[in-house]
Ligand binder design. Structure first.
Ligand code: NAD
Ligand code: MG
Length: 394
């Protein structure tokens, strides 16, 4: 039976990798809907190649532009725009699976809509779990939505956890070990950190990713967000989560068992592997990823992360332990700070300062509803933006 898919954020890095895997298996998958926020020409190309029923853009002007491009190619995809349309394509009865690959908290409403509708959710948008972990997991449990982790670490963990994943202790799991590459500045002199440029920060040594997650990898906020993601996905207490730096990104993560066994998942660092794993389940399907060549690897090394080098990791760990609405504040502040850094407004080292400043404020807003979380997110963004304006160096 062919599976009908909605890809939220199809014009991004994960979206493109997903379509690459889908194109290898035309008999298995059919695209129901695609969405893109800014690259209308790319979205048009994807519509022409995959012929979805719907495509969603950010606004009316882009929708008009896309309609014109599709008409010229005799492509009958219907074009919608805006957040409600994203929620509609995520929850539509015609779709079976939803790839959640929008970046940032913007992905939350449609991903939550897919959870309400009981879809199979291929979750790349880790911010959904950081911002609304409790609400999202509860919603999925109530509707019967299935969540399959696309993030490479969580996908690795999912592959090596025992099949009964409810409560880790009863399965003999001692801890979960998230591996981290350490990003491009693992060995950079700390004195040089303030001068790091956006171009240097987005140049990840092992992975090709969108700009926001690339900066998150350079600050290791990405690993912090992933700790919170693992906490919710695997119902794992914070003190059972370990982080280890593994610069080669070959071991994608590990699970430590009570008998001393450690199970790891390995592979060439390419997101098409976890994507194909999720889409193919329970079967293993081809992903186009080159096989891992062990003889070409010089060494696999591991080291402890240093919080002086990566203060964002510590801030995220604290936010996870605090719980409630604190991870939502962490995420919002980080999104504002990373955008300001990428725009050349603040220094690399100001990212952690902005996040720390926001974590020290008191914000009202309930984390039990989407509306409450969106209020909290907005308040934290305002505080972060005010701080950015104070420290902006040009
Ligand atoms: P990207 O920047 O390459 O793509 C983001 C996508 O989201 C694009 O299609 C863009 O048009 C869309 N988008 C951006 N802002 C939007 C908004 N406000 N509303 C609606 N759509 C919007 O990002 P990416 O690297 O593909 O990452 C996507 C998600 O997957 C992120 O949450 C990231 O943390 C996660 N992830 C990515 C990778 C990776 O290798 N790229 C790995 C693990 C997890
Ligand atoms: Mg990851």
């Amino acid at each position: 039976m062919t599976q009908s898919l909605t890809i939220l954020g199809s014009t991004g890095s994960i979206g493109g990798s997903t379509l690459d895997v889908v194109a290898r298996h035309p008999e298995r998958f059919r695209i129901f809907a695609l969405s893109g926020h800014s690259q209308t020409a790319k979205l048009a190309e994807q519509c022409i190649a995959f012929r979805p029923q719907y495509a969603v853009t950010a606004n009316e002007a882009q929708a008009a532009e896309l309609r014109a491009q599709l008409a010229a190619a005799s492509c009958h995809t219907k074009v919608l725009h805006g957040e409600q349309a994203l929620c509609d394509i995520a929850a539509a009865p015609e779709t079976d699976g939803v790839m959640a690959a929008i970046v940032g908290a913007a992905g939350l409403p449609p991903t939550l809509a897919a959870a309400h509708a009981g879809k199979t959710i291929y979750l790349a948008n880790k911010e959904t779990l950081v911002v609304s972990g409790s609400l999202f997991m509860q919603t999925a449990a109530q509707s019967g939505a299935r969540i399959l982790p696309v993030d490479s670490e969580h996908n690795a963990i999912y592959q090596v956890l025992p099949p009964e994943k409810g409560y880790l202790k009863h399965n003999g799991v001692q801890s979960i070990i998230l591996t981290a590459s350490g990003g491009p500045f693992l060995h950079t002199d700390l004195a040089d950190f303030p001068a790091i440029t956006p171009e240097q920060a987005v140049k990840h040594p092992n992975w090709q990713m969108g700009r926001k997650i690339s900066v998150d990898s350079a600050t290791m906020m990405n690993k912090g967000l992933e700790l919170i993601e693992a906490h919710w996905l695997f119902n794992c207490p914070p003190d059972k989560l370990e982080t280890v730096i593994h610069p080669q990104s070959v071991v994608h993560s590990m699970v430590r068992y009570a008998d001393g066994s450690v199970l790891a998942q390995m592979g060439t660092p390419d997101m098409r592997t976890p994507i194909a794993y999720c889409l193919g389940l329970p079967e293993r399907i081809a992903s186009g990823v080159p096989p891992l060549d062990f003889t070409a690897l010089s060494a696999l090394t591991f080291e402890t992360p240093d919080y002086r080098r990566f203060p964002c990791l510590e801030l995220a760990y604290q936010a996870m332990q605090a719980g409630g609405g604190v991870p939502c504040v962490l995420n919002a502040a980080n999104e504002i700070a990373v955008a300001a850094f990428l725009a050349g407004r603040i220094r690399f080292t100001d990212i952690a300062r902005t996040v720390r400043h926001c974590l020290e404020q008191d914000f009202s807003g309930s984390h039990h509803s989407l509306e409450g979380l969106l209020d909290l997110d907005a308040a934290a963004r305002r505080a972060a933006e005010a701080f950015v304006q104070q420290v902006a160096h040009r």
